[in-house]
Design a protein around this ligand. Structure first.
Ligand SMILES: Nc1ncnc2c1ncn2[C@@H]1O[C@H](COP(=O)(O)OP(=O)(O)OP(=O)(O)O)[C@@H](O)[C@H]1O
Ligand SMILES: [Mg+2]
Length: 407
């Protein structure tokens, strides 16, 4: 492996940078990772010079790809942000194959991913837009044509039910008559394929754009549609950001009132990228009632506030447990903590979702409660939350389909 890495470096030394110096002498190269014939590295350049560097990247890619033993090459072109932020990916090119470990995720390349090669920019967008000097949404973060509002469903902590809430919230907004799309931005551990029982792959249209999968009348996109489960992949910071941007901008979303984005847990690169590169209309924070989760929720709220994304409110998930046998209520994780926290932080409380076996079972079966039991009591919780989110966004509802509510 070390030998191959040396050969890669030797090839790169023969590629001139825009000022004529060998690429290896510019200080722009990251560490070179070589795994099973797959080569990864990034070039961190000044955003103003990205155009010149794109051709260097292409030459470097061709040079490395030509080496015997190299199966694929991924070179991410990234621009450095001021102020110690993570780099901003300007381009994620190349046969996007993977290898290595992610935090907890799974990935490997399959054919439609090759559609995700072009620089992730909206038509007319300039390189570096929305990145180095942006101060939050609206400051250079180009919108997605046809998409009126993008909202993030987030939390500081993992496993609190973001994906469950995101999908059911999207379905409930759709029930309210809105045109809704869903984007799974959890590229470390995508959930939408399972939650919506999607096994097919998106079609590539017009060469590089992807057609989202449509479920329950909503276009849906997830990195999980494009990669094999259980195949490890390195998602280094720039690649993470690039993949996200491309899923937003290189997918035929059509006309949407709301795009619901299921975020990965935490307040890292992916969240910051979303918050800075996408004009988020708002964020919905999901928390369980107990103190520990609330601390993380607070952190999530602070992050969105820092990048000027309005917090639409907090959802208390896994609130009161109602025993399906005897109907007794018990507050396993406590109750009301998120409402109190919302009051304390001055953000709206959007509602509670009980801890219910049916919610988990239906999610596991790929049939979220709002779609599979629209007249049930759980769907009603989600529709109440959706109505508050819609009101917070100031979006007018179209006439909603009639849903008969069970007691
Ligand atoms: N209200 C609920 N009642 C019962 N089970 C729930 C509820 N909400 C979520 N779950 C279950 O909890 C688990 C975690 O939920 P989910 O995957 O939505 O969380 P997440 O915050 O998206 O996790 P991650 O941080 O890993 O992305 C899933 O098995 C889900 O079915
Ligand atoms: Mg999730």
């Amino acid at each position: 492996m070390a030998a191959l890495k040396d050969e890669v470096l030797a090839r790169l030394a023969a590629v001139p940078s825009p000022d004529g110096r060998p690429l290896t002498a510019t200080g722009k190269l990251s560490d070179i990772l070589v795994t099973d014939g797959k080569v990864f590295f990034s070039l961190t350049v000044d955003a103003a010079h990205v155009q010149q560097w794109e051709s260097v990247r292409e030459r470097a890619q061709a040079a490395v790809r030509a080496l015997p033993g190299v199966e694929s090459v991924m070179i991410a072109l990234t621009a450095e942000r001021g102020g110690g932020h993570a780099p901003h990916a300007l381009s994620q090119p190349s046969p996007a194959s993977g290898g290595g470990k992610s935090e907890r995720g799974a990935a490997g390349a399959t054919s439609p991913r090759s559609a995700l090669r072009r620089p992730p920019m909206a038509p007319g967008a300039r390189p570096g837009e929305g990145a180095p000097h942006s101060h939050g949404p609206g400051h250079g973060a180009a919108g997605i044509p046809g998409v009126a509002a993008i909202i993030a469903v987030a939390s500081g902590k993992g496993g609190v039910g973001k994906s469950t809430v995101a999908v059911n919230l999207a379905l409930a907004l759709h029930d309210l008559g809105l045109k809704v799309g869903v984007l799974d931005a959890d590229i470390y551990g995508p959930s939408l394929p399972k939650l919506l029982a999607i096994r097919e792959r998106p079609e590539v249209i017009s060469g590089t754009r992807l057609k989202p999968i449509v479920r329950h009348g909503m276009p849906v996109m997830s990195i999980g549609f494009l990669v094999e489960e259980e195949t490890p992949m390195i998602w280094r910071g720039p690649m993470v950001m690039s993949a996200l941007t491309q899923m937003l901008r290189e997918v035929e979303w059509g006309t949407l009132d709301v795009m619901v984005v299921d975020m990965p847990p935490g307040t890292g690169d992916a969240q910051l990228t979303m918050a800075q590169q996408v004009p988020l209309k708002g964020a919905v924070i999901v928390s369980t009632p107990q103190d520990l989760a609330l601390i993380d929720a607070r952190r999530g709220i602070a992050m969105f506030r820092r990048v000027n994304v309005p917090v639409l409110g907090i959802v208390e998930n896994m609130s009161t447990f109602i025993c399906p046998q005897c109907g007794a209520r018990s507050d396993i994780f406590g109750h009301g903590g998120a409402r109190a926290e919302a009051e304390r932080l001055g953000v709206p409380f959007l509602g509670e979702v009980p801890l219910a076996i049916e919610i988990r079972e239906k999610s596991d079966a790929g049939a979220p409660v709002v779609a599979s039991a629209p007249a049930g009591v759980h769907a009603r919780h989600f529709r109440d939350i959706a109505a508050r989110v819609r009101d917070g966004l100031g979006v007018a509802s179209r006439p909603a389909p009639k849903i008969v509510i069970e007691a």
